[in-house]
Design a protein around this ligand. Structure first.
Ligand SMILES: *Cc1c(COP(=O)(O)O)cnc(C)c1O
Length: 375
């Protein structure tokens, strides 16, 4: 009597995805360009409030890679990156032969700490190495301290690459996440708030920057009847089939945000009054999270010695997926030799934090099974 698996975050189709995919088949637009790609980009531009230009790409990782290329990152350069994140935020720094400089989080949003960021910039500059870019992440959909981070970036004249892969639908002071950085990045991987089965996007402030991104994403082909190239290109464009899924998903994005936020409210309600357990919440009304993943931190000393691992195993025994928070990059074997600035905030979050099932397609029965384990 195996109970069905409850996933952390699984794809949730709205209904019209197949219609757009069928249109692509009917017109034989089975290619990495076509009307669904253009339509999906227009939908995203409208959603992000029309003052940005979106290029649909094959993944969020590809978007970060191209974003760093557009910001001029070259071999030997240094790039600052929030340590507490998914590896895809940092890997493209290595693709370019640049050096990652990792920075701790602050405890309110769990994202890059303004003080540690400034400390890192000053230290690198004193060594004659001014960082080429800052990668800041809206973790689990929670906006980072946008004003403070942008102020520091502006003061030192270092561009911000805004990793909004987890934060489509989140806002800071009423403005959509993804639109704050010199370059913004979105992901439509299978576990994200909307999915194209796999895909991503680069958000640019100007039409020229978007066109440059699309040029690089389609093998950097010069205008000539034959194939001619003056720059190194990539094959990073989103396919017209996947973009069709994306167009259908855009119709239900707001509903997904609502449902994910409802899952968060469910956990707040379930865990109210339980000493030693805190649910990850917005610090104040400037921050509006899509709550892509709901997360908690367990203080085991106040919690009868129960740890986040006890809870994870209890969920696992009921065929319910949960996962420790992101393991900081500066603690990863592949990255531990690089400089790190800050204290132990992200390390403590990793030790005591757990992500809980958060999908927009969870049912009352799923919630009841989750509730039983929590109790
Ligand atoms: C998912 C994710 C990415 C990468 O996106 P893909 O589309 O999976 O390549 C980058 N950064 C963060 C923070 C992510 O969660």
């Amino acid at each position: 009597m195996n109970k069905p698996k409850i996933w952390l975050s699984s794809p949730h189709m709205g209904g019209n995805e197949q219609k757009f995919v069928n249109e692509a088949f009917d017109a034989n637009w089975v290619a990495p360009l076509g009307p669904n790609v253009t339509g999906f980009e227009t939908d995203l531009e409208k959603y992000l409030n029309n003052n940005v230009f979106v290029g649909a790409l094959s993944s969020g990782t590809a978007a970060i890679h191209l974003g760093l290329v557009l910001l001029g990152v070259q071999p030997g350069d240094e790039v600052i990156c929030q340590s507490m994140t998914f590896s895809a935020s940092a890997n493209p720094i290595a693709y370019l032969g640049a050096t990652p400089i990792f920075v701790d989080s602050e405890s309110q949003t769990w994202n890059i700490c303004p003080n540690a960021l400034e400390e890192a910039i000053k230290d690198r500059m004193s060594k004659g190495k001014k960082p080429k870019a800052i990668i800041a992440v809206h973790l689990y959909g929670m906006p980072f301290q946008v004003d403070s981070i942008l102020e520091i970036a502006h003061r030192y004249d270092i561009p911000v690459l805004e990793d909004s892969a987890e934060a489509l639908g989140s806002t800071y002071k009423g403005k959509k996440c993804g639109t704050f950085g010199a370059v913004g990045v979105l992901s439509f991987n299978g576990n994200k708030i909307i999915t194209t089965s796999g895909g991503g996007a680069l958000v640019a402030k100007t039409k020229e920057l978007k066109e440059k991104a699309v040029f690089l994403a389609t093998q950097a082909r010069d205008a000539a009847p034959h194939y001619q190239h003056s720059e190194i290109g990539y094959n990073y464009r989103l396919s017209n089939i996947c973009a069709g899924i994306g167009r259908g998903q855009m119709e239900v994005l707001d509903e997904h945000v609502k449902l994910r936020r409802k899952m968060h409210d469910f956990y707040v309600h379930e865990l109210k009054g339980i000493v030693g357990v805190s649910v990850f919440e917005e610090p104040n009304s400037d921050f509006y999270s899509n709550h892509w993943l709901s997360a908690i931190v367990i203080d085991s000393e106040k919690c009868h010695g129960k740890t986040r691992e006890d809870l994870r195993l209890a969920f696992d025994a009921e065929n319910i997926e949960s996962r420790p928070l992101w393991k900081p990059m500066h603690l990863q074997p592949v990255f531990q030799k690089y400089p790190y600035f800050g204290g132990n905030i992200c390390e403590k979050l990793f030790e005591n934090g757990l992500c809980l099932p958060s999908g927009s397609n969870l049912t009352d029965e799923d919630r009841s099974r989750i509730s039983t384990v929590l109790k």
